[in-house]
Design a protein around this ligand. Structure first.
Ligand SMILES: Nc1nc2c(ncn2[C@@H]2O[C@H](COP(=O)(O)OP(=O)(O)OP(=O)(O)O)[C@@H](O)[C@H]2O)c(=O)[nH]1
Length: 555
């Protein structure tokens, strides 16, 4: 992966990591905390509703105790004095004191007087079927709170009824119990609305099958919660008064919204910061690294330092660049030396150390590759051998023999053209390869060399001596040549055969050969017999420095 991609990936990971950390913190720590707090508050809401209901019951009871333990009421139950009814019960505004029902029964359960808050209450009371009989029987729900007094919530067909009862006694508390006085209040829509206004909680009521009695809080979603609380019904253990509070979850929603804002802000600002950080790192880190990498690649390709400019910085990258530059410079110098030495070694391996002419290896390479020129029309291979060279060694010594070889090499260089290739083939045998020379010029060159060698003063200056040479050459049109090493060697062999024929004819002689007409595509003469056969069949023609009438003797 490219370093730039790694940087981008790193910055993205950092950004994602921060976002994830915030998300996890909110999800794992903040939201559960809020949920626990919300749950606590929902239980408290239920408690508030229960307390409000209890307060209403208490209020009813305080009224019932006020009215029940009162001499007037006591006497009324005893005497049924209509004045009591007129002065106390007529115009009793039950709704002002928060009650629907006022009822007095005597000790036998006989209902002596009933006051209702209004027609709606009378309907409710009728449908509650509580007062179908004029006498409160022993099983009547009211009787459960009779005598001792107290409060209860009753299950009735018209809905739950808050009921408070008081024994009817004289105010001094002495005297026989005369009956019971009741205040009641139906839990209807009016009561619910009034409760909601009072405690500011959206409570609903419902009669439900009795459960384990415990309150329950449910989170329906991120936006809604549902709380259930239960109050037992005195007359029906099968059912309970269920308080329902269905509320939204403003804090939870707010935190979620804040988290989303925070993530959006972090992503937005983080992206900007990441962009700036990327630009900064790109300039301060990536660009110099890439520059260094490019320069290293360029250096690796051509081993030259001319493109290399050390990064001008004072930090580690600058030091690295300068170190690399120093190392590369040393390497460049070493490679240059190595190249020169290699070239010198190559040249030495292709050069004859004694005469400084090209050697046999060079000739083979040249014949294979160097001759392939479009400008070549014909060429000539000339083999030259000093006559009786062995005697020089024998008479004058090896050093003089070496000197003679150097002298003949110099002489041949003087007599050759710049483009001719001069080779010391081995021992005292030399080869001259000339391009675009036909047999006539070949004869002229051979004769000139023969004469110049014969005239030259070989050996040491104070004891010079003469020498002769023998020459054989072979010339061929360029189009007839085939450029394989094998073919070139076969053609060189023809020149060599001519050279040996020159030796055989008495030395200090040159002999040349060429094909008459179209040269054969292969099968050059391999030995003297094949040469004489070619000459006899007029496939070959020969030239020589022999006097007219003297024919060539092929060995
Ligand atoms: N000084 C010296 N002698 C060499 C060198 N290479 C070969 N020779 C000698 O050259 C001589 C060649 O002798 P031969 O092959 O008999 O030929 P030649 O004496 O020239 O006789 P022809 O070629 O038949 O005329 C041998 O004695 C070799 O030792 C060299 O590098 N230096």
């Amino acid at each position: 992966m490219q370093i730039r991609s790694k940087l981008i990936l790193g910055l993205l990971l950092l950004l994602s990591g921060i976002t994830l950390a915030i998300w996890l913190t909110v999800q794992l720590f903040i939201l559960p905390q809020i949920e626990a707090t919300e749950m606590k508050y929902r239980y408290m809401d239920l408690e508030r509703v229960k307390q409000a209901i209890q307060r209403d019951l208490n209020r009813l009871q305080s009224f019932s105790l006020d009215w029940g333990i009162w001499d007037d009421t006591y006497h009324y139950v005893q005497t049924l004095n209509p004045e009591y009814t007129v002065s106390n019960l007529t115009g009793l505004k039950l709704d002002i004191i928060g009650a629907d029902l006022f009822l007095i029964s005597d000790g036998d359960g006989q209902i002596l007087n009933t006051v209702l808050a209004g027609p709606a209450t009378s309907e409710l009371l009728a449908s509650s079927k509580l007062l179908n009989q004029p006498r409160l029987s022993a099983e009547h729900p009211f009787n459960m709170v009779v005598n001792q007094g107290g409060t209860a919530i009753l299950d009735t067909p018209a809905g739950p009824l808050l009921l408070a009862a008081s024994p009817i006694l004289p105010s001094n508390g002495e005297g026989r119990l005369r009956g019971t006085l009741f205040f009641g209040k139906f839990i209807d829509t009016g009561y619910r609305q009034q409760l909601v206004d009072r405690i500011r909680l959206p409570v609903e009521f419902k009669l439900a099958a009795a459960g384990d009695g415990g309150s329950k809080v449910l989170f329906l979603s991120d936006t809604e919660s549902l709380a259930h609380g239960f109050i037992p019904l005195l007359n029906n253990p099968e059912r309970e008064l269920c308080l329902i509070i269905h509320r939204d979850r403003p804090f939870y929603q707010q935190v979620l919204r804040l988290m989303n804002y925070a993530i959006a802000i972090i992503l937005g600002i983080g992206s900007l910061v990441a962009l700036v950080a990327y630009g900064f790192l790109q300039l301060s880190l990536i660009k110099p690294i890439l520059q260094l990498k490019h320069q290293a690649e360029v250096f690796g390709n051509d081993n030259r330092l001319y493109h290399f400019k050390p990064v001008r910085r004072h930090d580690e990258l600058g030091q690295l660049s300068r170190s690399f530059y120093k190392m590369a410079r040393k390497l460049e110098v070493s490679l240059g030396l190595l190249k020169t030495e290699r070239q010198q070694f190559m040249d030495a391996s292709l050069t004859d150390s004694l005469t400084s002419l090209k050697n046999r290896r060079y000739m083979e390479q040249y014949l294979e590759t160097g001759m392939q020129s479009a400008e070549t029309h014909s060429w000539l291979l000339m083999a030259l051998d000093l006559d009786h060279f062995k005697r020089i060694n024998d008479v004058h010594g090896h050093d003089v023999g070496d000197l003679v070889l150097q002298q003949i090499a110099g002489l041949l260089q003087e007599l050759s053209r710049r483009e001719d290739v001069l080779v010391r083939y081995g021992g005292e045998e030399f080869v001259i390869i000339c391009k675009n020379i036909d047999e006539q010029i070949g004869c002229t060159i051979a004769e000139r060399i023969r004469q110049q060698v014969a005239r030259f003063h070989f050996g040491l200056e104070h004891a010079p001596f003469s020498m002769t040479c023998s020459i054989g050459f072979f010339t061929l049109p360029w189009a007839a040549t085939r450029q394989s090493a094998h073919e070139w060697l076969a053609m060189f062999k023809v020149a060599d055969l001519a050279l040996y024929a020159a030796k055989h004819c008495g030395r200090n002689t040159w002999i040349g050969l060429k094909f008459i007409g179209e040269p054969p595509s292969s099968d050059y003469p391999q030995d003297a017999r094949q040469v004489t056969q070619g000459l006899a069949e007029n496939r070959l023609s020969s030239f020589s420095s022999l006097a007219d009438g003297v024919s060539i003797r092929w060995p």
